[in-house]
Design a protein around this ligand. Structure first.
Ligand code: ADP
Ligand code: MG
Length: 386
């Protein structure tokens, strides 16, 4: 074990994050609540995290000077942005503790590597083929159709994906995606989708948040529900065990989200991983005694990981920019005063400059004593927001 394996970075130190989006902002808030200073590296002067951080290094992720400045400021660094170049993390790791490691992030950035990792861990994923060449395209097994063709890199919120039914559509789809490296996945009959967040420390301690049941609209997460019984107990246990083995297999340090499909026949299939806190874990800010962002702080500083406890049933509603346009084409703030009059509603807005359709502007965590109450309040809030 090296010194960084056991050294605890105590409050008063500065913690850095690569990426200035909402995840970085909520990380900064959690770190600051615990008495840390924060530094963000992001080129955008108005980035949500940059605006609330003590330090904002305004350069690109691969800028050697920017990375050096971050390394000088910080005692440890994490990331909030999945597509941050692994090389930037490796560069920082030469001089300070970085979690998650560049090698873990590199696997999460590439669907082909990610799927190979699932296979290695013995966690079932959708049948798939890697398509990097015309020969691989021609050799695809018919059993994978109908399927979804996904770019191996850079996809998010359903972008970089084409649904294909026939070989002709597959060939046209690959052309449309620019013949970049892709994976073709068999289209599976989904009963629902869920995810599990785990946090793993340098010493191998691992804890988890409860299984989150997720509803997507147009490829973007819309609603997350978390309460006892949201999934059959056996499925929930299986998902947690699978998420832990994916993290352990990576020798992962930090917060990791593992997304799953539950099929019509009850089978659990892993979909993808995100090497950071995740939208489906935002409820933890108000419904758990430790949030996913505090877990991120604890992982990177070597503070103890204690199994989080859920104290409220909860529903999270994502707030997309579309809500600002319900009255027409002019952006208008939604009726937060009416929403916040409902019991157990917690508003989180990311401070983004412009509301745009499909842009994640914030989320609403709803907590209640029972699942029925949480769902009922969520319906009332949704009706107000329109
Ligand atoms: P993203 O990186 O954009 O989140 P995902 O791989 O999670 O990409 O796909 C987005 C959504 O598309 C999933 O949440 C799911 O609803 C649907 N989907 C993806 N792959 C499959 C599949 N193999 N079978 C059925 N639906 C799928
Ligand atoms: Mg996804």
């Amino acid at each position: 074990m090296s010194a960084s394996d056991t050294h605890v970075i105590l409050p008063g130190a500065t913690l850095g994050v690569l990426g200035g989006g909402q995840l970085g902002r909520m990380f900064a808030h959690a770190a600051q609540a615990m008495g840390y200073f924060t530094a963000v590296l992001d080129p955008d002067a108005t980035s949500p995290a940059g605006r609330v951080s003590h330090h904002h290094v305004r350069t690109g992720y691969e800028d050697a000077q920017g990375l050096a400045e971050l390394a000088t400021l910080c005692a440890a660094v994490t990331t909030e942005f999945e597509n941050v170049p692994a090389a930037a993390l490796n560069r920082l790791a030469e001089s300070l503790p970085v979690s998650p490691a560049g090698a873990s992030v590199a696997i999460a950035q590439d669907r082909a590597a990610e799927k190979a990792h699932f296979v290695k861990c013995g966690v079932p994923c959708a049948p798939y083929a890697v398509i990097e060449t015309a020969a691989q395209l021609a050799a695809v097994n018919d059993a994978l159709l109908p399927g979804i063709l996904k770019t191996a890199r850079m996809g998010y919120d359903g972008k970089g994906q084409i649904r294909v039914k026939t070989r002709a559509e597959l060939a046209a789809g690959w052309d449309e995606l620019g013949q970049v490296a892709c994976v073709l996945e068999k289209m599976l009959p989904l009963a629902h989708e869920c995810s599990v967040i785990v946090a793993r420390g340098r010493n191998g301690d691992i804890v988890n948040l409860p299984v989150q049941r997720n509803l997507h609209r147009d490829g973007i997460l819309a609603v997350t529900e978390v309460y006892a019984g949201n999934l059959p107990a056996a499925q929930a246990e299986q998902a947690i065990a699978a998420a832990k083995s994916v993290a352990i297999g990576l020798d992962y340090v930090g917060v990791l989200c593992v997304e799953f499909f539950v099929l019509d026949n009850g089978q659990l299939v892993v979909n993808e991983i995100a090497p950071r806190p995740h939208n489906s874990g935002h409820y933890s800010q108000n419904a758990m005694d430790v949030s996913q962002f505090e877990l991120q702080v604890r992982c990177m500083t070597n503070l103890p990981l204690v199994q989080p406890r859920q104290h409220s049933a909860t529903v999270m509603l994502n707030l997309l920019g579309d809500l600002w346009f319900t009255q027409g084409e002019t952006a208008k703030s939604p009726a937060w005063d009416q929403v916040l009059a409902l019991p157990g509603t917690h508003l989180h807005l990311y401070g983004k400059v412009d509301a745009k359709r499909a842009r994640k502007m914030g989320h609403l965590n709803i907590t209640a004593a029972t699942p029925d109450q949480a769902r009922d309040t969520a319906l009332q809030a949704a009706a107000i927001l329109g």
